[in-house]
Design a protein around this ligand. Sequence first.
Ligand code: ASP
Length: 438
Amino acid sequence: MKKLELHWQILIGMGLGILFAFILSYFEWGSGFITDWIKPFGTIFINALKLIAVPLILASLIKGVSDLKDISSLSKMGLRTILTYLATTVIAVSIGLIIVNVFEPGKSIESDTREELVESYGGDAETTRQNAQKQKESGPLQALEDLVPENIFGAASSNSNMLQVIFFAIFFGIGMILIPEKQSKPIKEFFDSLNEVILKMIDLIMLAAPYGVFALLAALVVEAPSADLFIALAYYALCVAGGLILMIGFYASVVGIFTKKSPRFFLNGISPAQLLAFSTSSSAATLPVTMERVEEHLGVHPQVSSFVLPIGATINMDGTSLYQAVAAVFIAQAFGIELSFAAQLGIIATATLASIGSAAVPGAGMVMLVIVLGQAGIPEAGLALIFAVDRPLDMLRTSVNVTGDAAVAMLVAKSQDKLGDPQVKDWDDNYKKTESQN
Ligand code: ASP
């Protein structure tokens, strides 16, 4: 019998998780059961993905950079990657701004709904504001300073230091390029084989994906806030969701135009990563799967994907920037504040920077939204207005963030002549090979 494709398995897992949670919530003991007995499996699944992130970046990026053989190809690829990431982010913010100005979702919020929301979520919004305050207090060059770790083991001990690990890996790879090949060979072979082992571990983790997303979605359903608030915010949520869907269409068309690969090929190839991003709300946790899909299913050469994707997971968040633009103007509209054209241009700049600075973890985009609000003179208390629907929107924007990284990886690969045919490896391919040899 033909095995069901992974994205279908994941979708079925998600659907069953939601259904299961609704059925159990119908009974009094349902939510406790899910929190105690189902949710932990979702957490274990996410942890397993996160566990792979740092070793994966180290192994694949060192291998990728050292394979380049010379520094000029590295700087050419680096420049292309950063510029393309910036361009897609600015396009995303602009789409968000157009949508929110045309549909004006903030004007549909009644003043008593606004007060109810501020009352229900004011406390949560305050915590988010305080978290953002810490980021705001740092100097203008803080981000640059943070890029260089003082101790690589310290940096590698936390997933939130991904950029530092990336810096180390690129630096290490450059060192390897610059020494004679004879001397770099043993270390290169070590990282080559480490990389293979880690890719195999990702295959194994993905076998559990349908069950992992079942647990994650079931837990999410029982923890969701009341449906009334969702309805009040539906128009705003639809504007964000509409913009995000447009972005997916934009990526598929740009990839189609520049690489001549059909939108279907692109979306089919990347769909398991999108679904996982949706279920985990974290581009960092999804990174291992994004890399595997982009290399094996979209045909991007590992030299490109190992460079473009880890950087993208940390700095390229088009979904987040689009959401920040819509949310900021929505809050302004709800409070009756008119934003001038100049203020909106300011939002393009700050939302671009804020999305670059957002960590690739659940809810990070909302923390950085505070900075966008502050710069545009919009009351930060307005965060309380959008809290209730933030999680579902986070799931959607994370899928878009991951899709954007994959699209840029394809574009950069094409421009470097490193886009080939997919080379799909099954999780047990090597095992099968060894068996048949015996
Ligand atoms: N959850 C998003 C990500 O990991 C960031 C955000 O927008 O909150 O990509």
